[in-house]
Write a protein that binds this ligand. Structure first.
Ligand code: ACO
Length: 480
């Protein structure tokens, strides 16, 4: 027996055909829970990384080759975390012809805090007002770049629980990633990704197959609540990231073998695509090489020269002693070049163009992979995802790509390259002035943003003013 998801109390022998509803069978988990649609929001301004190299007086190639970054998106003071998420959610709903009453859960993952008590989620409830749907579970989740993943796991759990009422869930991950002047500044970025979740999805999360690694570390944190800038120990953060990756991958492989009840070793070969949280693109290439190193350390000695020709001298190395071993890093980077091009490189399109967006970074990687991979080879693929948030929280999980609804999902992403190409380039000098304005006015009230909303596309929300009681008023750019 099926029940209408819009709670009209109707029982059906077969599928319910109420508009926009999801029919579901009581007493069983919905099939193929996953991502039905994706929306990506990026600020309309960027700074060119090679111009930033010159401006900062570092050697040519440090940001573009050394970090692998091409452009960095940033926000003026008329955009904040609420406006980015308002735009992401409203566009997702509009582009997919949804009604706000069809949403039963809305989760936000962010580390961009502008109020210590009031969540971004409650700000987003303004969008639901007209529909009179106030029955929307979910709230904000925070831990550096990991909050979006935790929000996603929460939404999946809701949909696979007795609390699910048959409606969709939306997860929005958004952040404004900015650093004080210095070596970390070129690894900033900004953006938001909203995901529509439901059953019978084209991007299906594999059940029972997640590996998590959490630890206490002070690699990156934001103890100064009056500043948007983090305190960051760059080298420690890289070590923490790579160590979390090792731990998640080893555990994922172990769990996968157990679930699949097989004795064959699982490794990178089991994935068509492998996606990572991207602080900067070079670290992602190193991470893919790191997974090859992980597979290598689990390979029986007698198979090494056959499978890893040229790397035999590293046999017996201990993972925890290799984080900054240049010889091993270079050996495995060279060896894994083709694997990187096949499984990961395409996922870095947005990361290269925008920078580290923090919580949406991994999901920007997913969008990039989907728009950069030829459509006819996507269906049937299995993709691994690694999420990392400093402090530290990390998970590895995977999804399968199915044909059902895939075309619609990808068609709705077709505007992204045009949007990125049409952004306005800002000189490094003006970029620094805008950062200064943000720095000096963070938490100021009353405040009227000095940055122009010029360049924001129709349908984009922006911060109009902050009143003397710190209440923020948002407006939407109207179609001309
Ligand atoms: N041409 C080509 N490559 C160059 C050049 C050049 N002219 N100059 C330097 N490089 C290379 C370096 O050799 C180095 O390569 P490597 O990573 O293979 O060693 C790379 O460019 C970066 O140079 P470094 O001197 O190591 O850079 P620096 O120490 O100044 O800063 C860092 C890099 C630590 C990543 C800094 O930007 C930072 O702190 N960022 C924020 C923290 C971060 O993103 N951590 C990652 C995980 S946590 C998270 O997601 C926030």
């Amino acid at each position: 027996m099926y029940y209408c998801s819009l709670l009209c109390s109707t029982e059906f022998d077969d599928r319910c055909f109420c508009k926009n509803s999801i029919s579901y069978s009581m007493g069983s988990w919905p099939e193929d829970v996953g991502i039905l649609a994706l929306e990506f929001v990026v600020p309309p301004r960027y700074v060119d990384q090679s111009e930033l190299e010159q401006y900062d007086g570092v050697s040519t190639g440090k940001y573009t080759i050394g970090l692998g970054q091409s452009k960095m998106g940033f926000c003026t003071d008329c955009e904040d975390i609420n406006s980015l998420c308002l735009t992401a959610v409203s566009r997702l709903v509009e582009r997919n012809g949804l009604n706000y009453e069809d949403i039963g859960r809305l989760e936000v993952g962010t580390e961009t805090i502008i109020d210590k008590s009031k969540s971004v989620k409650t700000v987003l409830m303004q969008l639901f007002k007209e529909s009179k749907n106030f029955d929307v579970e979910g709230i904000d989740t925070t831990n550096a770049c990991y909050g979006g993943t935790s929000a996603l796991f929460n939404a999946i759990s809701w949909m696979e629980s007795s609390s699910w009422d048959g409606r969709y869930a939306i997860v929005v991950a958004g952040d404004i990633a900015i650093y004080s002047e210095g070596s970390a500044r070129p690894t900033g970025g900004a953006g938001a990704v909203a995901m529509l979740l439901g059953p019978n999805a084209p991007l299906v999360f594999e059940r029972g197959l997640r590996a998590t690694y959490m630890q206490h570390a002070y690699d990156f944190y934001k103890p100064n609540l009056m500043s948007e800038y983090p305190v960051v120990d760059g080298k420690l953060s890289i070590k923490c990231y790579l160590s979390a990756l090792d731990n998640c991958y080893q555990l994922y492989c172990k769990k996968s073998m157990k679930i699949n009840n097989n004795t064959d070793d699982i490794g990178l070969n089991s994935f068509n695509g492998m996606l990572f949280h991207s602080p900067y693109c070079k670290l992602v290439q190193k991470s893919l090489a790191r997974l090859v190193l992980n597979d290598f350390t689990r390979t029986p000695k007698d198979k090494i020269s056959l499978l890893y020709t040229g790397l035999e001298r590293f046999s017996g190395c201990k993972l925890e002693e290799t984080y900054f071993d240049r010889d091993i890093e270079k050996g495995f980077m060279d060896f894994s070049k083709n694997i990187f091009n096949e499984k990961t490189s395409r996922s870095l399109y947005i990361a290269r163009e925008v920078g580290n967006m923090y919580t949406p970074s991994l999901y920007g990687g997913l969008i990039s992979y989907l728009i950069e991979t030829p459509f006819d080879i996507l269906s049937g693929q299995r993709v691994g995802l690694f999420s990392y948030g400093s402090g530290l929280a990390s998970s590895m999980f995977s999804l399968k790509i199915k044909e059902n609804g895939l075309k619609k999902l990808i068609n709705n992403l077709s505007h992204i390259k045009k949007t990125l190409n049409e952004r306005t380039k800002v000189s490094p000098d003006d970029f620094c002035k805008i950062m200064k304005i943000r720095e000096e006015n963070h938490f100021k009230a009353p405040y009227k943003p000095q940055g122009s909303n010029h360049g924001l596309q129709p349908g984009t929300w922006y911060l109009y003013e902050i009143d003397e009681q710190h209440r923020r008023l948002y407006k939407k750019v109207i179609d001309t």
